[in-house]
Every structure is written in C-alpha cells, then in structure tokens.
Design a protein around this ligand. Structure first.
Ligand code: AHG
Ligand code: MN
Ligand code: MN
Ligand code: MN
Length: 334
C-alpha cells in the first residue's frame, strides 16, 4: 500500500530539478483535507456549529454555508502555515489574499481554490468536494504578490486536483504527469493509492446537466440533449442522465465511467454559473491529463485569459468524443 505522502516523494525523486516546495505544498493540502473531511463527517451531528447557513453572502451573491467558511479557513491556514505559497484566491474571499511574511514573500506558488464545492448538498448528506489549482507566480519572489499572478490562463497550471468527500473520501491530483487518485483510510489516517493513472474513456454514456434550466439553454445545447436521448446502437444511445449538483462528484464519476458534464450559458446568466479559476481550469487540467477535453462550447478552457478573479464561464467537460460532438452542435446552432 502506497500512501499519498510516499507517492509524492517518490515522484519528486524522478524530477531532479524539483526543489521539494510543490511536494510540501501538496502535503499542506492533504492535511487540510483531513480536517475538513472530519468536520464534514460530523456535519449531521453538530449542525449548530458547522451545518446550515452562515447568514452571510460571498462576493458572488451566494449564501455562504458554515462549511464553506470553515473549509476556506482550514485550507487558507494550512497554506499560510508554511513557506511555499505567497498568496491565495478563493471563491469565498472577495479579493486575493497575500501572505506577506518574509518567507512567504519569497515563495514561488499561488493557489486558487473552491474550498467547498456543492455546498447545497451538505445538509442532505450528499457528496461535496474541494477543488485546487496551483500556479507559479509571475511577479518576482520578494515582491508582494499581485493580481496578474492569479489571472493566468489554465495552461500555466503546475498542479491541480480535488478532494471528494463521498461514500469514501478521495484526493485526486495531477502535476502534469497523469491523474492519480488516493482513497482515505480513516483507520490509518492516510490517503492510499487506489487509482493510478486514471484515463477517461474517449466515449462515455452519461450526460450531466441541470435540465431544469432547459428553456434558457442555447440552441446548440438543446440539440445536443436531443442527440443524447436518441436511440443509436453504435454510440450506445440513448445515454443515461446523472446530475448530483456537486461538480466535483459529477466530474469524478464521469472521469471514471466516461461522460460529459455541461453547465451552459443561460438567458439570465450569459456566462453560466461555474467559476473559471476555481472550478473550470483545475478540472480542465485533470480532464486533459486523463485524455478528456474541456471547452466553453467553442474554445479550449485552459487557453482563456482571465480578466477577473471571480469570472464565470460556460463549461463542457469530459470524454473527448462527447465534448467534440457538443462543440460541433454549438458551432452549428448557437
Ligand atoms: P459551489 O457549491 O462551490 O458554489 O458550487 C456549486 C456548483 C457546482 O458544484 C454544481 O455543479 C453547480 O453549482 C450546481 O448548480 P445548479 O444548482 O444551478 O445546477
Ligand atoms: Mn458557492
Ligand atoms: Mn463549486
Ligand atoms: Mn464552493
């Protein structure tokens, strides 16, 4: 049995120029994930402390759940405690946060995160997650970190990953050398290698979308949904529909089984709901590393140059042939 810690160190040894800072950063994320996992497991018992709404809104106008804030604080503290990260940006923070003691000012990396994904599912005991994305800073070490360090296109990501707090808790990540999954063993207190080098099937048979918004979808998405529901033996249609409402969980299932997740633009939200920097880019990096694709319906997600921290984008991610087909219909009809 190989633990996540052992696996990261073993892989670092294969890159002679690696300084160990990324290894150490991933360890900080692993540690925070364990704390958040413990609290999520108890959420049904101590609802007054970590269950329900916090009575506040984040900068995007969403009601913050207590666990949104708790997970944000835990990951922020874990990343601040050591010297590898010079700043973070988060769905739950209005602005980026600069870590400015001397050691952190010299650090190479910034982290962008969705600390608690799927927060509407917390109170009903359905899987939620954490998503993270790591970039090398653009500004010179020693200088204060600035907004340009965070507004980098996804192709610049050094590492990305997620934790899914599900029937088992898993941490899945990439450093650009494939996608590897680790399942948490609570009796050992360790994440153990369970899914090495995950490959997403080229063609799956699951589509995931909130069909309640159908009336607002662009024509290309409506045509693609019709395609998913038609009968065709060669492409194993009709596909099956699965939508949890926690992006991480929907993505995780589709990556293992083959499928497509879509959160399109709508008439009232022209850029969809999902956040480019905290949700779409990291999962796009994971998808591509596993052999899949991610687009906004027209363009590769990771090539979009962000202009603001909390920017949203339509999102199509998953099995390459399915994303291609959706893109074809988007080009034709939308
Ligand atoms: P978050 O909880 O981080 O705000 O993200 C919620 C996202 C994502 O997890 C999920 O797929 C999507 O919102 C669900 O949105 P709808 O309820 O509009 O389908
Ligand atoms: Mn939210
Ligand atoms: Mn989210
Ligand atoms: Mn969130």
């Amino acid at each position: 049995m190989i633990t996540l810690g052992e696996y990261i160190v073993k892989n670092q040894a294969e890159y002679p120029n690696a300084s160990g800072e990324l290894t150490s950063l991933l360890s900080s994320i692993r540690r925070a994930a364990k704390v958040v996992n413990r609290e999520i497991n108890r959420a049904g018992l101590v609802t007054d402390i970590i269950g329900g709404s916090n009575g506040s809104e984040n900068v995007q106008g969403e009601t913050q759940q207590k666990l949104d804030v708790f997970a944000n604080d835990m990951f922020k503290a874990a990343l601040e405690a050591r010297g590898e990260v010079c700043g973070i940006a988060s769905e739950e923070e209005d602005h980026f946060v600069a870590f400015d003691d001397k050691r952190q000012c010299n650090a190479k990396y910034v982290v962008l995160m969705d600390p608690l994904d799927g927060s509407s599912n917390i109170d009903v005991n359905v899987s939620v997650g954490t998503i993270f994305s790591i970039y090398r800073r653009i500004s010179e070490p020693g200088e204060p970190v600035n907004i340009e360090d965070f507004l980098q296109p996804g192709v610049n990501q050094v590492a990305a990953g997620y934790v899914v707090y599900g029937s088992s808790t898993m941490l899945v990540y990439t450093t650009g050398h494939g996608v590897h999954g680790f399942t948490y063993d609570p009796t050992l207190g360790s994440f153990c290698l369970s899914h090495e080098n995950i490959r997403i099937p080229e063609q799956g048979s699951i589509y995931s979308i909130n069909e309640g918004n159908y009336i607002k979808f662009p024509e290309g998405v409506k045509k693609y949904l019709k395609f998913c529901q038609e009968k065709d033996a060669d492409t194993r249609r009709p596909y099956t529909s699965r939508y949890i409402g926690s992006l991480v969980s929907d993505f995780h299932r589709n990556m293992l089984k083959g499928g497509i997740y879509i959160y399109p633009s709508g008439t009232s939200n022209p850029n969809g709901k999902l956040r480019l920097l905290y949700e779409c880019n990291p999962l796009a990096f994971m998808a591509e590393q596993a052999g899949g694709k991610a687009t906004d319906g027209f363009r590769r997600i990771m090539e979009i140059k962000p202009t603001e921290l909390h920017q949203r984008t339509p999102y199509f991610v998953g099995s390459s042939k399915m994303v291609d087909k959706a893109g074809e219909l988007m080009a034709q009809y939308s």
